[in-house]
Ligand binder design. Sequence first.
Ligand code: ANZ
Ligand code: ZN
Length: 875
Amino acid sequence: MEEHYQPSSCETQAQRYWEENRTFNAVEDPRREKYYCLSMFPYPSGRLHMGHVRNYTIGDVISRYQRMQGKNVLQPMGWDAFGLPAENAAMKNNVAPAQWTYDNIDYMRKQLKSLGLAIDWEREIATCKPDYYRWEQWLFTRLFKKGLIYKKNGIVNWDPADQTVLANEQVIDGRGWRSGALVEKREIPMYYFRITSYAEELLADLDTLPDWPEQVKAMQRNWIGKSRGMEVHFPYAPSPQPSPITGEGVAKEVLKVFTTRPDTLMGVTYVAVAAEHPLAIQAAAHNPALQAFIDACKKGGVTEAELATQEKTGMATGHYVQHPFTGERLPVWVANYVLMGYGEGAVMAVPAHDERDFAFATQYSLPIKAVIRPADGVLPMPLTAAYTDYGLLFNSNEFDGLTFEHAFDSMAAALQAKALGQPKIQFRLRDWGISRQRYWGCPIPIIHCADCGDVPVPDDQLPVVLPEDVVPDGSGNPLAKMPQFYETTCPACGKPARRETDTMDTFAESSWYYARFASPQATTGMVDEKARYWLPVDQYIGGIEHAILHLLYARFFHKLMRDEELVTGNEPFAKLLTQGMVLAETLYRTHPNGKKEYYFAHEVTLERDNKGRTISAILIADGQPVTVGGIETMSKSKNNGVDPQELVDKYGADTARLFMMFAAPPEQSLEWSDAGVEGAFRFLKRLWKRVAEHLSHGPAPALDDGKLTTDQRALRLQVHETIRKTSDDIGRRYTFNTAIAATMELINALYRFEDTSEQGRAVMQEALESIVLILSPIVPHITHALWHELGHADAIVNASWPQPDPAALVKDSIELVVQVNGKLRGRICVPATASRPEIEAVALADENVKRFVDSSAIKKMIVVPGKLVNIVVAG
Ligand code: ANZ
Ligand code: ZN
């Protein structure tokens, strides 16, 4: 055996062995329990970053552990290959997005392989390949025919200089990121997935996922946002154009609002509509001031956060509606705090009981009418703020005195009797717009025919192949300038027709890749019957940044595919782990203009204290100090990223993996530390050395547990306690760090154990084998080598997880707590075979116990075997 640990040769050999033996190729076997472990696949940006390494190491440890449990494990890998960065890189370097993407994939695949991940590479998928996206197109056509995909106008960011649609992230301070031109909003037709049809199920099924983090489920519930409320109709008289609606005369039309507080209905003093509401548009037709106000509203942000913080402004339309019960005339206002996309795009405003309405009414001197009071008192009048709690109704005629629940039912009945409203469940979730006016994505399989309308591409014409040799120039979608792409014939009538040139949101591809991995080469469908064997994913691992959209869309797709009878079960991911961020210290100088300039660690000389913490830093270039900033997420903009490749090149993949798993539990953030990396490397060297030292005494004889000395038994006890503890840490709790800590303690004990007798070596052999097995999911290369050195012909990757030996776990001595009158006063250690009087004697001899016990006052002693001694004293 080599005297010293040499990571690179260990790693090459182990990886070659796995590759030659196709060790990780997953084959369906109904007789074996399957385990599908999936880490979120990467976007092929060019190089792996530390977040990837962490994510994939966690998945790998879990996969390898499950394999050692005898499960039939599938761990696949692929590429989320469509998307905007490829187009940006294409423009910058004048290379086609396809070429750029495939080159990146080749490089990153090599990097992933160098990490020694137990991946079935024969299942690799790249979502930009026609054999993948053809099935997405196929599903699209099915859903389109079912009405689960439909077309409507949507609003996009339009860059008038570049004549192109911009993604939200391409709009910086209201201007196009390349042109600097002021961005406009444009309405264009787009396709939408009717995800709202599944809102109820997407919400309810969260309760069937006990192994998802509560936080993620809460975020999803919030996003889906179910509200129980009432639709209320406010009648108004339709006015023959162009005279304004007056609210007088015969009220034939109704303005609908959605409210969660129908109990406040008698407190409505005005009605507010969104700037895009038809009533607003109608009223503005003859009111230039109102039109100007509406235009100004549209310029503002549309996100909820922006709406919540912006100043509330509004303008009266001059129109009125009638209160559904009293017939009172209520003014209609346009208000910027009303969203067109929610409910009916209109609200019944109750300033006394809604904060936004209160602020608005105060600003525009609109009446405030209180109708809800606390159950145990009265409202302080005049109101200085909205009273938003539930309470009892007053000022509400026949509804006076009712509680919220009773008022809800009574109002519902009264409204329904007049056909002016009914209870309604409202979701915050919107339908998913998937049209993107971009090149590098999956073409939407629709053909536009002047006679037949939107015709889905027939199956035998799929896939609609995206040409791969295109270099976009930033001015509009290149597909729309390629007649060879868009000129086609109508599949229905055969006349010339135009192919859709929009591509799909790339969230579509990542919504079903988990299923495709079950049968990645299937040529007859999205998946084949193998999906029944592998799905659902038993363990899914990825970043918390995907807690809402990606996971919601994937859950939605699973239900869509289930309803197409492609998969079974209601959910794609049985268990979810969201790993924490990788952080590192920042080094910077603040320039006089306030800007920070960040430095790489290699540009400075660091001085550290004995705990490895940085105390000061000097820039090598000029010898002057640099500020040691806080610990922040590794990022390009802060120059605090550590390149995993450098780490692997310098120490090997095992050190990188060990450090990642030791530095923090997977769900917490992980602080980068060079000292920690060196510590991980030293530990592996120590392990290697201990095995080499042990083997230098020749092969160990068989262990005979009847012949062990006390010390030998003590070591065996620690070995088997370590097995028991690490099984729980790795298998159930996923606290890989504490498992590693336990093996470190065990190695320390092995260094203290210098017994080279026959049985001493037998115990040592067992201890080393156990450590090597326990660590093998975490550091698979070094353990591959050590396992062979320890005398095993078969590879460790085929070995089973070690089992604790109950006989070894029997303790020679046990610890008992000693109580005096029920209070904990000491701990004693007695032989496991000690008799009752012996235990009592040891308890009474304990120094601390003696301070609380006057032996003449002892009334009785209770001994609970294996647990405690309670001494009852008088006084
Ligand atoms: C009257 C009322 C009185 C309201 C009151 C609240 C308190 P959630 O819980 O999110 O469903 N609303 C309805 N549609 C809106 C829109 N398009 N834009 C902005 N706000 C809208 O919220 C429902 C409440 O939000 C509704 O109940 C409505 O105001 C408002 F004391 O109606 B409420
Ligand atoms: Zn046609």
